[in-house]
Design a protein around this ligand. Sequence first.
Ligand code: ATP
Ligand code: MG
Length: 506
Amino acid sequence: MRNNEQAQIPLIETRGLTKTFAATPALSEVDFTLYSGEVHALLGENGAGKSTLIKLLTGVHKRDAGVILLEGKEIEPRSPRHCQELGISAVYQEINLIPTLSVAENIFLGRQPMRRGLVDMKTANRKAYELLKAFDIDIDVTRDLSAYSIAIQQIVAIVRGVDLSAKVLILDEPTSSLDRHEVETLFSVIRSLKERGIGILLITHFLDQVYEISDRITVLRNGIKVGEHLTSELPRIQLISEMLGKALTEELAVQKSGISSNGLDREPFLRVHGFARRGMMQPFDLEVRKGEIVGLAGLLGSGRTEIAHLIFGIKHSEQGEAYVNGQAANLSSPQKAVQYGFGLCPEDRKEDGIIADLSVRANIILALQAKLGWFEHLTPKKQEQLAEEMISALRIVTTDMEKPVKELSGGNQQKVILARWLVSNPEFLILDEPTRGIDVGAHAEIINIVKRLAQEGKAMLVISSELPEIVDYSDRVMVLRDKQVIAELEGDQISEAMIMQTIAER
Ligand SMILES: Nc1ncnc2c1ncn2[C@@H]1O[C@H](COP(=O)(O)OP(=O)(O)OP(=O)(O)O)[C@@H](O)[C@H]1O
Ligand SMILES: [Mg+2]
């Protein structure tokens, strides 16, 4: 990676980098280096300061103290655009491109090739095609960006970034909404960028991916750098305890929900027969009992979220029937679903969930308030008590509950949405990717909460891309492919290998 003399000067170096938001010390005296041709993973729990470090490097925020060097020379990042010009490019989870423009137009946005005073789209298309082809991505660049998967959109953003500057590429949680195959594609792009000598700073909560792709690891905790290691020399258990700041004990030791003993033979809480919607989902049956966790597994786009939407009435089923506690039920709208005691914690929390300007407390009590009706007022004391409980149960990092949610780190915002649904105390809870973007510590907590809710008798339907997780807590697993339920696994059949095999079978 960096065995020749010249490469010894880091591409990026920070010394004593410090940033405080109001009273929150987000980053304290952090020294960080990134070398040419390496993938450096920046890890830490939600709120550890990862995004803050990146925002200081890219000129989104101004640092309070410290220096930033690019190839040994001090720089003063003024704005993301300025950093782009210097050679530092960042791609975020939320893609900052324009979905209604073509792939080529997006790649050349603001710098289109011109010919006789007109934009030369032919040249732009050819160049865009070649740029992507160099990464083995062979697509029609004249189609709208929105026609492609998130993975391709992300790669387009990366290609645009590296074509502009090509020294340092920063990726903040790029894989959190990708499926395994898409992660492969992205990783092969990352590997070829490495070979070109680009330094890559990667933030992710997926530890398997860290071990697969990174050369070095820096760990942050509470804004302080607590470790820097070669990936090959860092045992996973040590990494996790550095992130959490304690030795691992019962934290990750969780037990099965134990449905078998408490009522498999009971009438299911929810029974759905033959629900379907043209172009969205093939007919399916589903049963969820009280105290039972049903997992939905399948690749992204296989129909997992569609099932959640049909059951919760976000989209209504064109056929079939549903029964709640044995009684015919009309699930044609979310309002009705809520009346039947359903709750849904959606996948796209940024879009469907968070109300950025409201406080943490207000966001947490929102669903409960809606359920009670707006006239049955929750006393401030009750609101505080509920918020307090959730903040501590989910370990939401915030200075106080009146802080606007937008000032929390990404992962902590997600915990707030989960808290909202837990507080409303539904009988049947649908969780769509409850651990996405959530760090190891909170990850284990959320899984424990899922199991505890089942033990308390709630019916649970959980969608997850993480197979180990599904295998861990599910009493039954429905496997989906191409908008169809293709298998239902129970007991000993539930294993990662079995799920993958089922998905792959033709
Ligand atoms: N704009 C802001 N205003 C006030 N506080 C902020 C702001 N941005 C971040 N913080 C605080 O700084 C701390 C570090 O947040 P940061 O976003 O860097 O965390 P992170 O490591 O990226 O976490 P995550 O994994 O959840 O994305 C948190 O306590 C957060 O609440
Ligand atoms: Mg972040």
